[in-house]
Write a protein that binds this ligand. Sequence first.
Ligand SMILES: Nc1ncnc2c1ncn2[C@@H]1O[C@H](COP(=O)(O)OP(=O)(O)OP(=O)(O)O)[C@@H](O)[C@H]1O
Ligand SMILES: [Mg+2]
Length: 350
Amino acid sequence: MTMVQEAGAPTAAGDADVLLAVEGLTVEYAGAGDPVRACTDVSFTLRRGEILGVVGESGSGKSTLITALTRLQRPPAVTAAGRVLYHPREGGAPIDLVALSGRRLRALRWTRLSIVLQSAMDALNPVARVGAQFVDVLRTHDRSMSRAQAWDEARRLLGLVGISADRARGFPHELSGGMRQRATIALALACRPELVVMDEPTTAVDVVMQRQILAQVLRLRRELGFAVVFVTHDLSLLLELADRIAVMYAGRIVELAASHEIYRSPLHPYTRGLRDSFPPLHAPVERLEGIPGTPPDLKALPPGCPFAARCPHAFDRCRHELPPLSAHGHRAVACHLHDPDLRDSEEAPS
Ligand SMILES: Nc1ncnc2c1ncn2[C@@H]1O[C@H](COP(=O)(O)OP(=O)(O)OP(=O)(O)O)[C@@H](O)[C@H]1O
Ligand SMILES: [Mg+2]
């Protein structure tokens, strides 16, 4: 069995195509007792211009992962192990974001990587005009830009997400929730970053608005070429948006594959459960199955596969041995059912 350090590794395209290589990222929350590990040994590679979706139930470690990735985490969260190697577009040695000083990190924010956080609707300053917030960001990162140029650029950026230019002079509370969210996304794009990380940016808006925002993200990605890590608990949304999807369970990636593979042929029983938890996109609803049970307590994880207690296919080995994330063609899965050695083994489930 091949271990997947390189689950999303570039193949024919070569290294020049890699934007971010996450290696063994492990994050703990320190507390009174033993630390709680909310993100364990997470590895994946993100290509330039790629949209990677991260999906999992509440508490599976999605926000923990991406706040560690972007170094926005706050105590008691601590990155206990791993590297996040950022490959700058102009070439040169990759930069480990985990080891970067605060000053060098600030130099990369907005211009190289930017973030739309879980409460995106409230991310704008309520007492500053919407356009002024763009002007601030733009002029901080490009000192040669005049105030008038920055206001023009603010109006152009708002236009990109379908907000009319006259709204730039307004205050955030004068915008609808969906507009505020789109303005936050436009702000994240202001300095032409190579990577935009989005944590549930559309949860607070209705489905129609959600679809509009996603369509805009896809269009802007085509025009501007940035890569996205998009976190959500809604797999159906990712199937429309993402190129590849990483499925998280109890702090680990349990499956990583192209969106169409996750939809048509999920390998992990948890992924299958997630897929079957919502109505099919283009077919009549015949069944709607949830996943029975609840995720395990991270403070008291079972010794084997963390999903074993809820898994309809679990067999003895699953309860004792943690399955590693392993290569399965160009995709990856952490499940004993897909261990190639199992075919000849006596313990194979019926
Ligand atoms: N401040 C904290 N202190 C201690 N433990 C925490 C803290 N924040 C999160 N955790 C632990 O980390 C786990 C993962 O939390 P995280 O916020 O990353 O999940 P999530 O997948 O983003 O969930 P949601 O979909 O609800 O946003 C939680 O189940 C919890 O046990
Ligand atoms: Mg979260």
